[in-house]
Design a protein around this ligand. Structure first.
Ligand SMILES: Cc1ncc(C[n+]2csc(CCOP(=O)(O)OP(=O)(O)O)c2C)c(N)n1
Length: 567
């Protein structure tokens, strides 16, 4: 059957079971939008192309499926770059379609032409410029395969206008793509090595990362840790991969990790790192990181192994197959951990937990941001999907909202993209309309993609925004306070909009809390309303995130704030 390029695109998306596209139209994609008009495919019109990519990214992180967006050429395409780089750093599967000028005009500086495949080459897993209609269907199939297989990532497809207007035969059953196999199963002898190392260890520790969530391996990690009483810490991207309310959970490690997680890393004698890439925010100085431990690293991507931290036992395999093999091998070989030494290790961890718990001082008349997050957790009973912006809001969420389930904490970890949280929440809510979806935001970050409130209002996407409004770019200010002698260079947002009025202007309900005693009632009201709501919490303007490992320092050397803060 002969179809036009635009028809092939939509048919191919249906083949891939795509149920929603986040996008923004323009000249180069007018034909595609005309085809969309005739189709039943759901499309969410965002207000900025960056928002489209973050929304598709949020959708992908919450569902584990490939997120899809569609934008025009030139500025539409360049506006996607931050979103693509964000997804790339966190290994999120996306397919981003960009319009392009007709092939005959490419290289001519045509109107709204830009070399988007050139621009995005370093920040995509792969990208394509489709030069001929004959290549279109196979390219789309290959792009989805690349995006979701192995270590996932964003793939961009550039679609010249004349290619999309051309016609060719389309038969999905006959599309062949290049073979692209990923090694899923680890080498069998590696399990014997793990068994030996675990048997010799007195103080083992799991470190879980985003790869456990992406690899759908949370249940296996949880089973192993609980069965053998192995404590677990995690990276920012790993939060939710092990239940945050389990006594074996130590919280996040690294720069703003808990005291006890960082101490456990520094004292363990075996570290089993699963789906992590040892980011510098996590390790502190490499030389002192887990200096007393043998390290096992499990990752599907061979390029992650030994990249930052040199490990004793690398295991290349997907996290689910590897942890499943580990469960079976340990059971078959009667691995037993019930030693006095293990109890001593868990006892030591309890002492660290008691010595410096995660806490804050709820004094006086000010709303403490941590209190808002804890109250949100209490009211939702943890049954919510949380996105964040970047800064203190992100770190406090990681610290004070225990995530019990994978895919429920949606944050920009690797790139740290301010402006991510609101559009990501929109994408999540499209996937899970019956779930409570909340963006925990800072007043700086929210202004970066505030226009997406209109998207939420237009499509009745009932996201909630918990704005921790401190009037500063506080995380940057925190560094200025600690490392630049309080020279607060350009971090005071001395002029800010009235967020309640702004929300209302966008057609969104705005609520405000200025006193600690208002926090619970405002949250209750906001969460119960069946519409998008922005809740403006006027929080303390003098609160730092602690613990804090100073940059370039060992993670065992933490600044804990004032004595009052650590009780
Ligand atoms: C797009 C972007 N620009 C700049 C930064 C650098 N940055 C990191 S945190 C931060 C301050 C964030 O302020 P706000 O959103 O108000 O959050 P708070 O720290 O006050 O919670 C800045 C500017 C960034 N991460 N992303």
């Amino acid at each position: 059957m002969k179809l036009k390029g635009t028809q092939i695109l939509l048919a191919a998306l249906e083949e891939e079971k795509v149920d929603i596209i986040f996008g923004y139209p323009g000249g180069a994609v007018l034909d595609i939008y005309d085809q969309l008009y005739k189709s039943t495919m759901k499309h969410i019109l965002v207000r900025h192309e960056q928002g489209a990519v973050h929304a598709a990214d949020g959708y992908a992180r919450a569902t584990g499926k490939v997120g899809v967006c569609l934008v025009t050429s030139g500025p539409g395409a360049t506006n996607t770059v931050t979103g693509i780089a964000t997804a790339n750093m966190d290994s999120i599967p996306l397919v981003v379609f960009t319009g392009q000028v007709p092939t005959g005009l490419i290289g001519n500086d045509a109107f709204q032409e830009c070399d988007i495949t050139g621009i995005t080459r370093p920040c995509t897993k792969h990208n394509f410029l489709v030069r001929s209609i004959e290549d279109l269907a196979a390219t789309i199939k290959e792009a989805f395969h690349i995006a979701r297989s192995g270590r996932p990532g964003p793939v961009l497809i550039d679609l010249p206008k004349n290619v999309m207007a051309a016609e060719t035969d389309y038969d999905p059953a006959n599309i062949k793509i290049r073979n692209y196999e990923v090694m899923h199963k680890p080498a069998p002898k590696k399990m014997a090595n793990v068994f030996e190392m675990l048997s010799a260890a007195k103080k083992p520790l799991f470190m879980t990362g985003g790869g456990v969530i992406l690899g759908k391996a949370s249940a296996m990690l949880t089973e192993l840790a609980r069965k053998y009483s192995i404590p677990v810490t995690g990276t920012l991207m790993g939060l939710g991969s092990f239940p945050g309310t389990d006594p074996l959970w130590l919280g996040m490690l690294g720069m703003h990790g808990t005291y006890y997680a960082n101490m456990a890393i520094s004292h363990c004698d075996l570290l089993i790192a699963v789906g992590v890439r040892f980011d510098d925010r996590v390790t502190g100085t490499i030389e002192t990181f887990a200096a007393n431990a043998k390290i096992v690293q499990i990752d599907i991507d061979p390029s992650s192994i030994n990249r930052n931290v040199v490990v004793d036992l690398p295991i290349i395999g997907d996290t689910k197959s590897t942890l499943t093999d580990m469960i079976n091998f340990l059971a078959e070989h009667n691995y037993s951990q019930a030693t006095a030494e293990r109890q001593e290790w868990l006892g030591q961890i309890s002492k660290w937990k008691q010595k410096v718990p995660l806490t804050y001082c709820q004094n006086g008349k000010e709303i403490k941001p941590q209190h808002v997050i804890e109250t949100l957790h209490k009211l939702t009973k943890g049954d919510a999907i949380i996105t964040t912006e970047v800064g203190q809001n992100q770190m406090w969420t990681a610290q004070f909202f225990p995530f019990d389930h994978p895919n429920t904490f949606i944050t920009s970890g690797g790139l740290g993209t301010m402006g991510f949280g609101l559009p990501a929440a929109i994408g999540v809510k499209c996937a899970f309309p019956d779930k409570q979806v909340v963006d925990i935001a800072g007043d700086g970050s929210i202004q970066m993609n505030i226009q997406e409130l209109a998207t939420a209002a237009q499509h009745k996407i009932n996201v909630k925004i918990v704005l921790l409004n401190n009037g500063y770019l506080w995380m940057v200010r925190q560094w200025q306070e600690l490392f630049y002698d309080k020279r607060y260079s350009h971090t005071d947002m001395i002029y800010a909009p009235d967020f309640v009025k702004l929300a209302e202007a966008f057609g969104v309900v705005g609520l405000r809390a200025t006193k600690p005693e208002d926090v619970e009632s405002v949250l209750k009201q906001g969460l119960s309303l069946d519409c998008p709501v922005l809740m403006d919490f006027r929080v303390s303007r003098e609160e730092c995130v602690y613990p804090m490992v100073h940059p370039g320092d060992s993670i065992s050397n933490m600044s804990l704030g004032s004595r009052e803060m650590i009780n």
